[in-house]
Design a protein around this ligand. Structure first.
Ligand code: ACM
Ligand code: ZN
Length: 765
């Protein structure tokens, strides 16, 4: 008896040791992106082992169970057994019909894991959350980590938007099946559910159409596009722009770039996506961006041959019956191939000049009582829409399709930030809308132009929308146009980490979003991306201005933008590498240098951040007494293409304005402006100026070039410094708006002062 009770005692001690062994996590140790609707951490943790079983009760739970088991098989070397009886100590899937589609609850205790949902998507997202609770080594094959521990936690989670999309452009540059699958894996991790494949465009046709074999036999191949030439030029100094060699093939004795997916391969992609709760939406862009079809079936063109207008390729002729027949035959095969509700027909950027000059198009306009070429496109869209409807599909297109009117069944992808009217027009017409604004969600844009914060902070429901209109915003999507994305690593670099910021907006409620908290969670997500081998972008060194001026000595303090980073720098003009000088303390300079910096996280390098650190002497003021609060402005329309080219005529006529901004030519293109007047320095010292402009701007004090914000680009801020003696100094600001939404703001910062808008008493004429 005594012996027996001491064994009992031993068992009690042993089991209490085991309970004690489970660790308790803090919030800082976990990072789930997108942020769940509610999350409560509690004491203790659950440990996965070879013996952990997954209990499933129906088929809708099996794909999620298998996904979890596969993760362990790959990383830990053992799968988790999936059983159809209940094991109280394992992972248990339970159906809860009260939960909406895609919604799940997850309860983790030291003893078991319970997942509840009402559909396969809900179960799948619970598994993705478990995946993010596991150490990052779960993402790596044959991981050495043996501690597969997750915190005790209670999570209830549901998405904000039904459409959580990513788009890839296969025409401008092509991607392999494996790369597509890898990208779908990334999307699944962040609970994105819609994969938009831009399969056709002027630069290549990428999907097999059995009725028109030339589309891929010829249309999928090219010798060299203008983008290829640009990529090759950039690749000379930045190898990340190297065009992927695997897409070059010898065709009829010529080295050609290209490729396409057979219909069987498309089915494979669709199935792979479906296993990850992702729907694939095909885009066949028409009647513009259609050159790879017209090249090989030239009867489609108004003129009988393919060509280019001023900006865009010549579209298919909408006055010929053969265009309608051709496009419908293609869409028949596409509708059969893709199970998605939507078929995207593009409809963007049509060179309507071709239709203006075509007698057949003009006849179609007249015969159908249409007002203009926009209505002709709309006539075509209606026709295609009815056809797609007959195939059980809904039509989707870029926002241009709304211009000439569409039925309320069409869904619009809004991309032109400068065409906000399309949003109200669509919502009021009853059209659903997917927000993919090019200023925020075009991930082909440079990170400098569309930084991570801008993506995160974007609110997709317009402020002006009432509740009824807001219901039509069904989701958001980011696009990866591939003109300048010639390989998959470069694609990852463009997509990450912005994809996570977009995914959080797509999934998490507006109120749950919190930038600081997100940044905190991001630090751990970088470890996960490292484990996955994702080539993400890391921000450049912070604390460095574009131009730094000093009088005697400059002291420059640099900051690493993320944890676990090291900064390297050079002053000889070369690009820093890990072999360069390592930054350990503030830098001092007494002569002018160009300071180049690069931050490294492991082997991933940030973009270079440079500054001209310039020794200056004071600029003397002029003996003038200008009229305060005003400045002269000269403007010209369609004279120059870029700010750097602006030359004032000898006899310029000025108007007087109070602000340095872009106002009364709003909506016009190729507008150039020059502001000329004076700036008042209130004391001797170093002054900083900054401009934010879309497109370019340049700022001078006297002959001194202070802010270089040149070129054509979307809104971008640049700064510069200058040493000024107290008094009035000549000020010139040049600005140019090329296309698509102009803006200009100019600031100054006096010595020891705050950054202020440049207006009022410090400007004069
Ligand atoms: C687009 O970017 N042309 C939709
Ligand atoms: Zn025509």
């Amino acid at each position: 008896m005594k012996y027996f009770s001491s064994i009992l005692l031993l068992l009690v001690i042993l089991s209490s040791c085991q309970v004690k062994k489970t660790r308790t996590f803090t919030e800082d140790e976990i990072s789930i992106v997108p942020k769940p609707s509610s999350l409560y951490l509690s004491e203790g943790s659950y440990t996965f082992s070879k013996d952990t079983k997954i209990s499933v009760a129906d088929d809708s739970q099996k794909p999620a169970a298998k996904y979890l088991s596969d993760l362990f098989e790959k990383a830990a070397g053992f799968p988790l057994n999936i059983i159809d009886t209940k094991d109280e100590n394992g992972v248990v899937f339970i159906e809860d019909e009260t939960l909406a589609s895609e919604t799940y609850t997850l309860e983790v205790t030291p003893k078991s894991i319970t997942i509840k949902a009402s559909d396969a998507a809900g179960y799948f997202y619970a598994v993705q959350t478990i995946r993010q609770l596991l150490p990052a080594s779960i993402e790596k094959a044959d991981s050495n980590a043996t501690d597969w521990v997750i915190p005790s936690i209670n999570i209830t989670d549901q998405p904000r938007f039904a459409w959580r999309g990513m788009q890839m452009d296969f025409s401008r540059h092509f991607f392999s099946m494996d790369e597509v699958k890898t990208f779908l894996d990334y999307m699944a991790l962040y609970k994105l559910n819609t994969y938009h494949m831009h399969l056709t465009d002027d630069q290549g046709w990428r999907v097999e159409i059995k009725k028109y074999p030339l589309l891929t036999e010829k249309g999928a191949w090219r010798i060299e596009s203008s983008h290829d030439i640009e990529c090759k030029k950039l690749a000379k100094t930045d190898p990340s722009f190297t065009i992927d060699e695997q897409h070059y093939h010898d065709r009829d004795g010529q080295r050609m770039y290209g490729g396409f997916y057979t219909q069987e391969q498309i089915k494979e992609i669709i199935a792979y996506a479906a296993e990850r709760q992702i729907e694939v939406i095909p885009e066949i862009d028409m009647p513009g961006h259609f050159k790879s079809a017209i090249d090989n079936y030239p009867f489609l063109a108004c003129t009988g041959e393919a060509g280019w207008g001023e900006l865009f390729s010549s579209p298919a002729c909408l006055g010929k019956e053969s265009t309608y027949e051709f496009t419908k035959n293609i869409l028949s095969e596409i509708a059969e191939l893709f199970p998605s509700e939507y078929i995207h027909i593009g409809g963007d950027e049509v060179n309507i000049q071709s239709w203006k000059e075509c007698p057949l198009c003009q006849k179609a306009i007249k015969d159908n009582n249409l007002k203009n070429e926009h209505e002709l496109q709309s006539f075509f869209n209606h026709n295609i829409e009815a056809f797609l409807k007959s195939k059980g599909k809904r039509m989707m297109g870029w926002d241009e399709i709304v211009e000439g009117g569409v039925s309320d069944q069409t869904t619009m992808m809004w991309w032109r930030n400068w065409a906000p009217d399309m949003l109200t027009k669509a919502a009021d017409n009853g059209n659903d809308i997917v927000m993919t604004p090019c200023f925020e969600y075009y991930f082909d844009a440079k990170h400098e132009v569309t930084p991570f914060e801008k993506v995160y902070n974007y609110e997709p429901i317009p402020e002006t929308f009432n509740e009824g209109q807001a219901k039509h915003i069904i989701g958001i999507q980011a696009n990866l146009w591939s003109e300048m994305i010639p390989n998959f690593k470069r694609l990852e670099y463009q997509a990450f980490p912005r994809l996570l910021a977009m995914a959080e907006t797509a999934w998490s409620s507006k109120d749950a979003k919190d930038h600081d908290n997100f940044q905190k969670r991001m630090t751990l997500q970088y470890d996960r991306l490292d484990a996955l081998g994702v080539q993400y972008h890391i921000p450049a060194v912070t604390g460095l201005k574009d131009k730094v001026a000093f009088l005697d000595t400059a002291t420059i303090t640099l900051e690493a933008p993320l944890h676990g980073m090291e900064i390297y720098y050079t002053t000889d003009g070369s690009i820093p590498t890990k072999a360069s000088k390592k930054y350990t303390e503030p830098l001092s300079f007494s002569e002018t240098v160009t300071l180049n910096t690069v931050a490294y996280r492991g082997d991933i390098a940030s973009e270079k951040r440079s500054a001209l650190v310039e020794k200056q002497s004071y600029l003397e003021p002029l003996e003038v007494t200008p009229e305060k609060g005003a400045i002269n402005r000269w403007a010209a329309v369609k004279k120059f293409k870029v700010v750097d080219d602006i030359v004032m005529p000898k006899s310029a006529t000025y108007i007087v304005v109070n602000e340095l901004n872009f106002t009364d030519h709003d909506g016009q293109e190729n507008v150039s402006m020059v502001f000329k007047g004076y700036f008042y320095a209130e004391a001797d010292g170093l002054y900083e100026f900054a401009t934010k402009s879309d497109d370019g701007s340049l700022l001078y004090i006297g002959d001194k070039f202070v802010v270089d914000n040149g070129g054509n680009h979307s809104a971008l801020e640049k700064n510069g410094m200058v040493a000024l003696k107290k008094g009035w100094h000549p000020l010139t600001v040049k600005f140019h708006e090329a296309t698509g939404g102009g803006q200009l703001t100019v600031w100054y910062t006096a010595p020891n002062g705050d950054k202020k808008i440049l207006n009022g008493d410090v400007i004069g004429k």
